[in-house]
Design a protein around this ligand. Structure first.
Ligand code: OOG
Ligand code: MG
Length: 257
């Protein structure tokens, strides 16, 4: 039986639109491959583009051990970011738009020139316009936040929203910056950028390689989210969430009650 990738893309797209958890795709399609997962992701993202959204970057996922352990998938993955997924720094989100959202402390890169394929960290640095403290709101469209590698790839690597703090010059080393994510001023996740593949810059190198393998490139003006430094934290009504990254400043948002 051949798998209808268009049909599976429709399932994840509708689940995201309606904020409704669905069964993992690999339950009915146990032979689904990661490559097919990326095809489904591309098809589902093109449905967003058809609704008027534009791609503004990509997110890397599972770039830290803490995240791999939390979701029991041990491969680095990537997903696509659209303008509609951006949440304003200091803004407010409503949980009604999500199935079971979690938030992750991250850092983001802004690119000033395209990047793709095999590049060295030094070459990747020349493509960075700026860096910022960031957070990602992830929301698996699969019931109980459970999935296998092809499922999570098909579901746009669980991406649902992203928040960017102020951009800084990329000048200095980002490899060991303390990060504290607070809920109402209380630290809930504490880590270091070193947890992100040893250095978030390696996540950008991996992004160039993985996107290049898929036949695309990272574009000038795009945002690349490096991936979480710690496990993700479940969002709750009314909470004020802040991520502080040593030397980069803070980024925050609130969940409405
Ligand atoms: C997959 C996405 C992980 C990250 O930063 O590691 C991710 C998931 O945990 O649902 O975005
Ligand atoms: Mg993430």
């Amino acid at each position: 039986m051949s798998v209808d990738l268009d049909q599976l893309a429709l399932i994840v797209d509708e689940a995201a639109l309606e904020a409704r958890g669905v069964e993992q795709l690999t339950i009915s399609n146990p032979d689904l491959t990661p490559a097919e997962g990326y095809e489904i992701q591309a098809k589902a993202f093109s449905m967003r583009l058809a609704r008027g959204e534009t791609q503004v970057g990509i997110k890397m996922g599972l770039t830290s051990r803490a995240k791999m352990i939390q979701v029991n998938v041990s491969e680095v993955i990537w997903g696509r970011l659209s303008d509609a997924m951006r949440v304003e720094d200091g803004g407010t989100i409503s949980l009604a738009r999500y199935v079971h959202p979690r938030v992750e402390p991250e850092v983001a890169f802004l690119l000033k020139r395209p990047l793709a394929g095999i590049v060295s960290p030094a070459e990747a640095v020349t493509a960075i316009a700026a860096v910022a403290p960031a957070m990602e709101i992830i929301d698996s469209r699969f019931q109980d936040f459970k999935f296998t590698l092809p499922d999570v790839v098909a579901d746009n690597a669980s991406s649902s929203g992203f928040v960017l703090g102020a951009w800084s010059d990329p000048g200095s080393d980002l490899s060991n910056r303390g990060m504290v994510m607070e809920f109402d001023g209380r630290p809930v996740q504490i880590g270091s950028t070193a947890a992100i593949l040893g250095d978030p810059l390696r996540s950008l190198v991996a992004a160039a390689r993985m996107v290049g393998q898929a036949g695309f490139r990272l574009e000038a003006g795009w945002v690349v989210m490096a991936g979480a430094a710690t496990a993700a934290q479940a969002l709750v009504p009314g909470v004020h969430v802040r991520n502080s990254v040593e030397g980069l400043g803070t980024v925050a948002f609130r969940v409405s009650v």
